[in-house]
Design a protein around this ligand. Structure first.
Ligand code: DGL
Length: 270
């Protein structure tokens, strides 16, 4: 099927945290039109079962395909770890599906052979062991130490970052025995770019902190370029939908996207 390069890029997440990825995409690909869907009705995905996340993902992919998205970017680590394979099969030839984990694995493969790295993310992401499994396939002797840090996403969403409370929680997690002797730390959750500075402050330069949103945006750009799907004309039509609308979600969008967003309610589950 011939895909029109002018068609939008579909991006989805469990909520509004995925706007950090959308922001990186918009910066790197300013002529792409975006359709963003945040499944705020089912947030947080990090505490959900893989089966639940899979069922939400299929329905969201369906919506994005119906909106003619030329590519679907799963901008959520929890959904990427639980439902990428299924999303890919479901979309089939109708849309290419990209996740936020594979581009990071490629990056780690290129820079961290025979080294030790850390990963923080939701319970779903860490429990899935997906990073380790994908790294093992590279066969590059990359040692991964991971820790679920479930307090961080709600903390950030409530506006607790760059303050002493967030600092204490961050110190508590990063000093955990399971995260020691690492050379870099992967921020394996959509929300964490907002606390990158605080994490860097904790490590004082001894550990490289990897904000994955730009790595993912680069991978999307490469994919679109390779497939001759880059849009060189658009960039003014962005749509931002959530499955459950509250004023507080609308308020928080600016933190994640760093500019005003017109958030609309899309009752996908009603
Ligand atoms: N978007 C999720 C992720 O990147 C974090 C928030 C949630 O648990 O839904 O894993």
């Amino acid at each position: 099927m011939k895909v029109n390069p002018l068609n939008p890029v579909g991006i989805f997440d469990s909520g509004i945290g995925g706007l950090t990825v959308a922001r990186a995409v918009r910066e790197l690909l300013p002529h792409e039109n975006l359709i963003y869907f945040g499944d705020t009705a089912h947030l947080p995905y990090g505490d959900k079962s893989a089966a639940a996340i899979q069922s939400y993902t299929v329905k969201i992919c369906d919506l994005l395909i119906k909106n003619s998205c030329k590519v679907i970017l799963i901008a959520c680590n929890s959904a990427s770890s639980a439902a990428y394979q299924l999303a890919k099969e479901y979309a089939g030839s109708r849309a290419k599906v990209i996740n936020v984990i594979d581009p990071v694995i490629q990056y780690l493969g290129a820079h961290y052979a025979h080294r030790s790295i850390g990963l923080i993310g939701t319970k779903r992401t860490v429990k899935s062991n997906v990073y380790q499994k994908k790294l093992d396939k590279l066969n590059l002797d990359i040692k991964l130490k991971s820790l679920a840090t479930p307090l961080l996403a709600p903390m950030i969403e409530e506006g607790y970052f760059n303050n002493t409370i967030s600092e204490q929680i961050i110190i508590n997690y990063l000093s955990d025995a399971s995260l020691q002797e690492i050379e870099s730390l992967v921020l394996g959750c959509t929300h964490y770019p907002l606390i990158k500075n605080q994490i860097e402050k904790y490590y004082q330069g001894s550990v490289k902190v990897i904000d994955t949103s730009y790595i993912v945006a680069e991978a999307l750009k490469d994919f679109l370029a390779n497939e001759n799907l880059l849009n060189s004309e658009g960039g003014n039509i962005h749509k931002f939908y959530v499955s459950d609308y509250t004023h507080s979600f609308a308020e928080s969008t600016k933190i994640f996207f760093q500019e005003e967003v017109n958030l609309e309610h899309y009752p996908l589950w009603e």
